[in-house]
Design a protein around this ligand. Structure first.
Ligand SMILES: Nc1ncnc2c1ncn2[C@@H]1O[C@H](COP(=O)(O)OP(=O)(O)OP(=O)(O)O)[C@@H](O)[C@H]1O
Ligand SMILES: [Mg+2]
Length: 325
């Protein structure tokens, strides 16, 4: 290939986000320079390529770029949603044990290189359990935000129903992607494959996917964080539990957590009462984080719709009570 063609191909593959072709073309340029006798330049190019490849697989993806994975492996498009989260753990109201576990994971992930040098594996396979709306999905986003990684959310139900007979090879593609692109991979609604007693037509396929998941997660040596989330932990196959480095249980918010959620979500607004009395927080006991956030939003919307300048605490309490029913 002429030098001009190589440069055009290099720029085109960069524009397309086609990383393999970008590196292949760069290697071709190095090879043709070597043939011309420019051995020092050729070696410099090779070193630069090796270094860039290594950093691409271990370090963070540029958050603003399209993910090359989805360009080169189009089959994954239908199975994975990609997010570039902007939140971090400080944006979450968390139980102190949950926060401690998550902080530990962040610390280990940040020291991944040095831990690997000592032959130690950082914690990175997590099972999150707990009632709906307590922050399991949000945690995947916040962890990724904290670590500057991309989140890949895998649609397991889609995997089974769309690809009956092919689910295992699709799952393999996802685990391969974890090697190629470091990120946070969330298997949400994990009970759709993890439950030991699934019923119906798809049962055989689900069992095969579960077995394949067990094998893949055990073998996985990537630098990605793998998260499975479920609100039905009791239904999970027991063989799953020992595959995870950490099992983190999300409780409903405590009274202190409730006060913090209310404070955070109503901050910047004037209230119809002098302050948020403990009585108001008590109204929210038994509700999830999500319910409380939504009740705050309802009350703020009421203020806007009614054209008043204060958030009505009566409206807030009534929304909390409705969500309890
Ligand atoms: N711990 C939390 N701190 C702050 N906000 C939270 C928290 N948990 C949930 N929320 C709010 O509730 C919304 C829904 O939470 P999320 O989707 O993470 O719940 P989940 O535990 O994954 O629920 P499900 O089991 O139904 O999937 C979040 O987008 C956020 O607004
Ligand atoms: Mg969720």
């Amino acid at each position: 290939m002429a030098a001009a063609e190589q440069i055009k191909s290099l720029i085109k593959s960069f524009g397309d986000g086609d990383e393999p072709r970008f590196f292949a073309t760069a290697m071709q340029i190095a090879a043709s320079e070597a043939r011309k006798g420019h051995t020092t330049f050729a070696q410099e190019l090779k070193n630069l390529i090796e270094k860039a490849k290594k950093e691409r697989s271990v370090n963070f993806l540029d958050r603003n770029k399209t993910i090359p994975i989805l360009k080169t492996k189009r089959e994954l498009n239908e199975l994975i949603e990609v997010f570039h989260p902007k939140i971090n753990l400080q944006d979450m109201i968390l139980d102190k044990n949950v926060r401690a576990s998550l902080n530990r994971i962040v610390q280990e992930q940040r020291k991944i290189d040095i831990l690997r040098q000592y032959d130690l594996t950082p914690r990175r396979k997590l099972l999150l359990t707990g009632p709906p709306g307590c922050g399991k999905t949000m945690t995947a986003q916040a962890l990724a935000g904290e670590l500057g990684l991309t989140v890949f959310i895998i649609r397991l139900d889609g995997l089974i129903s769309k690809y009956m007979g092919e689910s295992i090879s699709k799952l393999r593609l996802i685990f391969d992607a974890m090697e190629d692109y470091r990120g946070v991979y969330l298997f949400d609604e994990f009970d759709s494959i993890g439950a030991h007693r699934n019923q119906g037509q798809e049962v055989g396929e689900i069992k095969r996917v579960l077995n394949s998941f067990l094998i893949n997660i055990e073998k996985d040596q990537s630098n990605s964080v793998i998260i499975a989330a479920t609100n039905l932990p009791e239904s999970l196959d027991k063989a799953l539990f020992r595959r995870f480095d950490d099992i983190i249980q999300y409780p409903l918010p405590s009274l202190a957590d409730i006060k913090n959620i209310l404070k955070k979500n109503l901050s910047g607004f004037s209230l119809s009462t002098k302050s948020l009395s403990p009585k108001i927080a008590k109204e929210a006991i038994g509700l999830s984080h999500s319910d409380i956030v939504n009740s705050c939003e309802d009350a703020i919307k009421d203020m806007i719709i009614n054209g008043t300048d204060k958030v009505s605490i009566t409206a807030l309490i009534s929304s909390l009570q409705k969500r309890k029913q």
